[in-house]
Design a protein around this ligand. Structure first.
Ligand code: CAA
Length: 259
């Protein structure tokens, strides 16, 4: 499919999606949100793709929702815009394929929310994170009041959202938003390395691990363990389990076949 605002490349089981509006710091307008949704749906169905990487072209990852587009919105239009963001970011959480954010620069407002909707984040040393919506007279609208507090706790989320402050990649790592920080020139190759490692695992066990973690996160421990038990059992329905265990016992590398 041809896209106007995003770039999609695929090689060796890894898809790289880049938001490509560098002249507007990759700001998310309605069209970008819909293009990302369409690309992710397509990649999630593609058996040749094991892992998706999301990044930005130029000096921003994404500097937020498009302020020019939002300026003239009324409440009804803003609600629809927020819903489009929620549909995209909720879908990312439900994707069968893991999705890793490579945050190469500014991840502000909707950009930080987009990164948080990925399974985990690696960032460049010069990346900047923040929810500056309060400075525009609004609040985060693509899940920031919800995903951020679940990720780092309510007090940390409130401080960031109430002050509209910006933090460095290192600070974001310290409070648990970012997993690893790299020099800008090696960020993408490091993310590709971890993506290749993940893509070498069984697709079924990856899918079941992701859904058990995410579905279990919002329920009580007993219900979460019940989700885990059913998912664990389901692993034994595929040859990958026999292959993984036989390979271990035979001291060789497993060749997983689930799609
Ligand atoms: N929306 C629309 N355009 C944006 C934008 C955004 N979020 N962020 C940057 N741009 C545009 C600028 O208007 C500018 O366009 P022109 O050249 O036409 O003037 C161009 O991108 C380059 O930006 P700057 O000149 O500002 O670049 P800089 O290097 O001086 O600053 C920046 C970079 C710190 C990221 C700064 O652009 C900035 O603060 N951007 C806005 C960040 C923000 O407030 N994000 C939250 C948006 S609200 C939101 O996201 C709501 C939600 O949750 C749904």
């Amino acid at each position: 499919m041809n896209y106007k605002n995003i770039l999609v490349e695929q090689a060796e089981g890894i898809a790289l999606v880049k938001v490509n509006r560098p002249q507007a710091m990759n700001a998310l307008n309605q069209e970008v949100l819909l293009e990302l949704f369409s690309a992710f749906k397509e990649l999630d169905q593609d058996d040749k793709v094991g892992v998706v990487i999301l990044s930005g072209e130029g000096k921003a990852f994404v500097a937020g929702a498009d302020i020019k587009e939002m300026l003239s919105m009324n409440a009804i239009e803003a609600r629809k815009f927020g819903e489009t963001g929620h549909v995209l970011m909720n879908f990312m959480g439900q994707m069968e394929k893991p999705i890793v954010a490579a945050v190469n620069g500014f991840a502000l407002g909707g950009g930080m929310e987009l990164a948080l909707a990925c399974d985990f984040i690696y960032a460049a040393e010069n990346a900047k994170f923040g929810q500056p919506e309060i400075n525009l007279g609004i609040i985060p609208g693509f899940g920031g009041t919800q995903r951020l507090s679940r990720q780092i706790g309510r007090a940390q989320a409130k401080e960031l959202i109430f002050t509209g402050g910006i933090m460095s990649a290192q600070e974001a790592k310290e409070i648990g938003i970012v997993n690893k920080v790299f020099p800008p020139e090696t960020l993408l190759s490091e993310v590709k390395k971890v993506a290749a490692l993940i893509a070498s695992k069984g697709a079924l066990s990856l899918r079941l691990a992701k859904s058990a973690i995410d579905t279990g996160y919002n329920v009580d421990l007993k219900s979460g363990c019940s989700i885990e038990r059913e998912s664990f059992a389901l692993c034994f329905s595929h040859q990958d389990q026999k292959e993984g265990m036989s390979a271990f016992l035979e001291k060789r590398k497993p060749a997983f076949t689930s799609k």
